[in-house]
Design a protein. Structure first.
Length: 524
């Protein structure tokens, strides 16, 4: 992503506004988006005649069809205006949603007119590349090495969570498949089932490289759960906090892993996963000889916006590897708060030290002097995200992108080999400035992800937003900080509000104090 100084960015100029304050600009740009497409059509093969003549356009049936089109759109507009949810209004606080960036709406419409399908690059030559760039933007924000990582857009956090569990499942069964293959088993240092089911993710991915060198990878891959299915209960437990999204229940069902193999981790008084109880549960499972398929942490729960202590989870995995020789996959469900990672990064994508961060927030007016965010443990959680194996994040939540725009980022792109049904990339050597370079040709996203056909317009919306609002302290940092500041103000206002009466009943309104992020919970 291009680095530039965004210090003069005005947050109010990014949105259409609660009263359509930026209507003139938005209308001009929307007309530009549509007009450009129409120019493209009319200029495509200029030697061709018009297929619909002036006489055709004035025929009664032709005019009647246009009138009926207009009438249906009038009906739709009426329905939308009378029953839609006013996400744009500061009066509406019923869901974890808000207004969307003008640039993402405009980019979506602009790309939508071309109707690209990001399943394969041949049907989306522009937007497939934009999707890969947007995926790497997010990988960089989380601290992944963009030369080694992989990210792409999904329809939402649910599908992203499915993909995280999908790769965790396939990784878990690869060592078992290697042990069954007469030529490949020599690659294993240990071949006991216990050792094979408790290998670190990185060690399993290294075995992929070894298998490829021997030309055995595809044979062995067909012997994993992908080819032979899942033996009931074989792969162990999925540990998820009580604050989990319901997509994890669905994922265990769809992937044939069984909901009975979910272990729920208790939450503490701050609604985060209780790290001490998590530690005890993990040790207990290890002592029982029960493998752990994966552990999930939530960064921004759907009920309270709580941010689990990711740093403690990473420490726990290291301890398990050192003490017991047991490891497990770590997935972060950061669908809600993942974009807040941008608030910790400077213009060069460096993760700022805590004291420097707080100082910059106040010096540059990102937060008022009386707001100190984040809590130190929340800071450490965002810093530790780079150690997770995969991360779910939703651009259509705190990325302020229109639906449907989820995403998943994976630390090591070798993971894709375990789920892909075609080479993830086909490379062609091309001469470039006197040297040979690799150019991506015919990328088939659909063969390497859970979805098939998918709107390229979504990729354009995410990519354009990242270009205008960089994933750093002066870009998304400014936008998200405005929400946190408002949340703090609302909580303070609620908690200093006097009791009031309605029909002889007296009510107090009390807010949950000091949230990890910007979700406001209150009760009467």
């Amino acid at each position: 992503m291009t680095n530039f100084n965004n210090s003069k960015m005005n947050v109010d100029a990014l949105f259409l506004g609660p009263k359509s304050e930026n209507a003139v600009f938005f209308r001009e740009m929307m007309e530009y988006a549509v007009t450009e497409h129409m120019h493209w059509r009319s200029g495509y093969h200029p030697e061709d005649p018009e297929y619909v003549t002036t006489v055709d356009r004035y025929a009664p049936e032709y005019r009647d069809t246009l009138y009926r089109t207009e009438g249906i759109l009038n009906q739709l507009s009426s329905k939308l205006k009378t029953t839609s949810i006013p996400w744009f209004s500061p009066r509406y606080m019923g869901h974890m949603n808000a207004d969307t960036l003008m640039i993402s709406n405009l980019a979506y419409v602009m790309a939508m007119m071309y109707n690209p399908n990001n399943c394969a690059q041949e049907s989306s030559p522009t937007t497939t590349v934009l999707e890969l760039e947007a995926g790497l933007d997010l990988c960089a924000m989380f601290g992944y090495d963009t030369n080694q990582s992989w990210g792409h857009i999904t329809s939402g956090g649910t599908v992203a969570n499915y993909e995280g569990l999908w790769v965790a499942r396939n990784i878990k069964t690869l060592p078992l498949a290697i042990a069954k293959h007469p030529q490949a088993r020599q690659l294993l240092k240990e071949d006991s089932e216990k050792a094979l089911l408790n290998m670190p993710t990185s060690a399993v991915l290294d075995l992929i490289d070894d298998l490829k060198k021997q030309g055995l990878f595809e044979e062995v891959r067909d012997m994993t759960c992908r080819g032979e299915g899942v033996e009931q209960g074989k792969l162990g437990k999925l540990l998820v906090p009580q604050s989990k999204h319901y997509s994890w229940m669905k994922a265990m069902d769809i992937l044939g892993l069984g909901q009975q193999n979910i272990v729920q981790l208790p939450v503490d008084a701050s609604y985060r996963t209780d790290t001490e109880q998590m530690r005890q549960i993990v040790f207990s499972l290890i002592e029982q000889g029960e493998p752990i398929l994966a552990v999930v942490a939530v960064v921004g729960t759907t009920e309270t916006g709580a941010i689990d202590n990711v740093a403690k989870l990473i420490e726990l995995r290291r301890e398990c590897e050192a003490r017991f020789g047991v490891s497990f996959y770590i997935h972060i469900d950061a669908a809600y708060a993942g974009y807040a990672c941008a608030m910790f990064r400077d213009e060069n994508n460096q993760f700022l030290d805590y004291d420097v961060l707080i100082k910059r927030y106040h010096q540059e007016g990102i937060f008022p002097s009386d707001v100190v965010w984040p809590k130190p443990e929340v800071y450490q959680s965002f810093k530790a995200l780079q150690e997770a194996d995969s991360i779910t994040v939703d651009p259509h939540k705190v990325g302020f992108i229109p639906y449907a725009a989820g995403a998943i980022c994976m630390k090591d792109k070798r993971i894709v080999d375990l789920i892909s049904y075609h080479a993830a990339y086909v490379f062609e050597e091309v001469a470039e400035k006197g040297r040979k370079a690799e150019k991506q040709q015919n990328v088939l996203l659909g063969s390497s992800i859970m979805e098939g056909s998918k709107a390229g317009a979504t990729a354009a919306a995410v990519w354009a937003a990242h270009r205008l609002v960089p994933l750093n302290i002066l870009g998304y940092g400014k936008v998200i900080a405005a929400g946190i500041t408002t949340a703090n103000w609302i909580i303070e206002s609620i908690n200093t509000c006097e009791a009031f009466e309605i029909e002889d009943r007296k009510f107090e309104i009390i807010a949950l104090p000091s949230p990890d992020f910007h979700m406001v919970n209150f009760m009467f």
